[in-house]
Write a protein that binds this ligand. Structure first.
Ligand code: ARG
Length: 565
């Protein structure tokens, strides 16, 4: 139920075409004070076209509107250039509740995507390296955007563009052959492979010959050398096993794991196309596409030894995704340090006259900081994400142990709360902001955290359990005054979903569920919900609606809601 839209339509109906309801809706405000009404329409814009003072317009309009206000509005009055409406709260509340109870988790769905396909490049960690905080952010933001796009009527396709190709794998093979053992890699793949890689760089400092041998091994890999391929496949497999542990914990799934290596046989075609369009130029013994007109540095396509690059593979991937999926939009959830790369990528595709290049969208995000500094995975100083997740789950478990030792589903709940805390902490800020990593802050049950929202929902669920046999209903009487702050929040949910989609910004939803949780907790503190009187069933409808929307909001962030905590 969108009462702002209702109001806008009413106003438009008496305006003789001076403004349409879609022009009116976005400028409707909330009056500064409660006693001034619930909705305010400013007449200043109209004053210019109608060549009358806003005060005079507002007075005329309010009289006309009062006559046709119907039962949804108590009264409509003019106030210094504004037309203010007082909603019939009881009736509006019932309408909002009815819509939510009818639609349940489908409340807030809207069809803007027309079932069009959106590919989402997310997570995309690098093989043989630890899963970094940056990859965590990409996973969490991308997963939430996929859910938000689905709710907005698109078909998301989640692609994990694994970093599984490049000269570093030649170096890794060389290092493994020199110092590695099958056993140690099997025992602790990522840690051991990283150690080998680090050692390679230390040794290469004193022995430049090693660099060349690393490059040679990469060439053998690119030429399908059996030994090189086998080792590479094994490293990839072991790394993926580790990554999958993290994805399982976070319950993130992918439609495709086509990583960089997948494009090995698709790059010749790209180079051919670039040649056809005469876009390739020789520069410092490498093949590049110059982007001077676009005010960008040249995009490197091939090195002097013929080796392809990150950008070459991304060009092939973009084209493959277009041909394979026919996307209407192609999103890349990648840290803002790669902004230049994605600008170049798009510019090259545009130069190739591929019109769909304009549908590529880089969705950047800020860094995860620890004590104000970038978290580094290099030089062996690794914070393993799996450890972080497990620590968070453990802390959540201790919390539950202390507060609700009888809980039957302790282990599952601890998992849901521990992981939810990390996800929420990431998504509650606009994605471009850097965020400070603090397990302690993430897990607080007070304040702006995932557990706080989950706990609020568990509280609503517990009320519903206590109500037992009572049938929740919005048919009975309700005054609507104490409910009003909760009702207005509930009515706002569809707008939060729309904003999250428009801005590619899950924090719109995170902030929204915090506001709803806060409004509900206040209501819970002030009103005796289960008290026996004629409004009880409608109050329970409020509780149920809040729970539906909190759970759906959290779901859109990729967070589950335990019924009990
Ligand atoms: N593996 C890359 C990295 O860790 C991210 C890949 C992002 N996706 C892409 N299509 N380039 O930096």
């Amino acid at each position: 139920m969108n009462y702002v839209k209702d109001y806008a339509e009413k106003i438009a109906s008496v305006l003789d075409g001076f403004m349409s309801s879609s022009e009116i809706e976005p400028i409707i405000e909330k009056p500064r004070f409660m006693n001034q009404g619930d909705l305010a329409f400013p007449c200043f814009q109209l004053a210019k076209v109608m060549k009358k003072s806003p005060v005079v317009i507002a007075e005329g309009l309010s009289k006309q509107l009062q006559d046709i206000s119907g039962e949804s509005f108590e009264r409509i009055v003019s106030a210094g250039g504004y037309v203010n409406a007082f909603l019939n709260k009881s009736m509006t509340a019932k309408k909002v509740l009815k819509e939510i109870l009818d639609k349940k988790e489908k409340y807030g769905d809207f069809d803007i995507g027309g079932n069009g396909i959106v590919t989402i490049d997310l997570s995309s960690p690098n093989i043989a390296k630890p899963f970094s905080m940056g990859h965590l952010r990409s996973t969490v933001i991308g997963n939430s955007l996929a859910l938000i796009y689905k709710k907005s009527g698109y078909k998301p396709v989640k692609i994990n563009h694994l970093g599984d190709w490049g000269t570093q794998f030649g170096k890794l093979i060389k290092a493994y052959k020199l110092w590695g053992s099958e056993e140690t890699v099997k025992e602790n793949p990522i840690k051991e492979l990283l150690a080998l890689y680090v050692k390679f760089h230390e040794e290469a400092g004193a022995n430049p010959q090693l660099e060349q041998e690393g490059r040679d091994w990469f060439r053998r890999l690119e030429n399908d050398d059996q030994e090189a391929l086998q080792l590479w496949e094994w490293f990839r497999e072991e790394s993926l096993k580790e990554f999958k542990k993290i994805y399982d914990l976070m319950r993130v799934e992918f439609d495709s794991f086509a990583g960089e290596a997948f494009y090995n046989d698709k790059m010749d075609k790209i180079v051919e196309l670039l040649e056809e369009k005469a876009l390739l130029e020789e520069s410092d013994c490498a093949q590049v596409v110059k982007l001077e007109k676009e005010d960008l540095p040249p995009c490197l396509i091939k090195k002097s030894d013929g080796a392809t690059l990150y950008a070459t593979r991304d060009l092939a991937a973009a084209k493959f995704r277009h041909d394979e999926y026919g996307f209407i939009k192609s999103l890349y959830i990648v840290g803002n340090e790669q902004t230049l790369h994605f600008k170049q990528l798009k510019a090259v595709l545009e130069k190739m006259d591929l019109t769909w290049a304009q549908d590529l969208v880089h969705i950047p995000f800020g860094m995860m900081l620890k004590d104000g500094k970038k978290m580094s995975t290099r030089k062996g100083k690794v914070i393993l994400l799996e450890d972080v997740l497990n620590e968070s789950i453990e802390l959540a478990r201790l919390n539950i142990e202390e507060k609700n030792p009888e809980l039957a589903t302790k282990e599952d709940t601890a998992k849901i709360v521990g992981v939810g805390a990390i996800i929420f902490h990431d998504l509650k800020n606009f994605r471009m902001n850097d965020i400070e990593f603090s397990l302690e802050d993430m897990l607080k049950v007070e304040g702006e955290t995932g557990p706080y929202v989950q706990y609020t929902n568990a509280r609503a669920q517990s009320l519903l359990r206590k109500a037992g046999e009572l049938t929740v209903s919005c048919e009975g009487p309700i005054n609507g005054i104490s409910e009003w702050p909760v009702i207005t929040e509930l009515a706002e949910f569809p707008n939060a979903v729309k904003r999250a989609h428009e801005k590619n910004d899950p924090s719109q939803i995170a902030k929204y569920v915090l506001d709803l949780a806060q409004a509900f907790n206040k209501y819970y503190g002030e009103v005796r919900i289960l008290e026996e009187n004629e409004e009880r069933l409608t109050r329970l409808a409020v509780v149920q609606s809040v729970s539906i929307v909190l759970e759906e909001g959290l779901r859109l962030l990729g967070i589950q809601s335990p019924k009990e905590m």
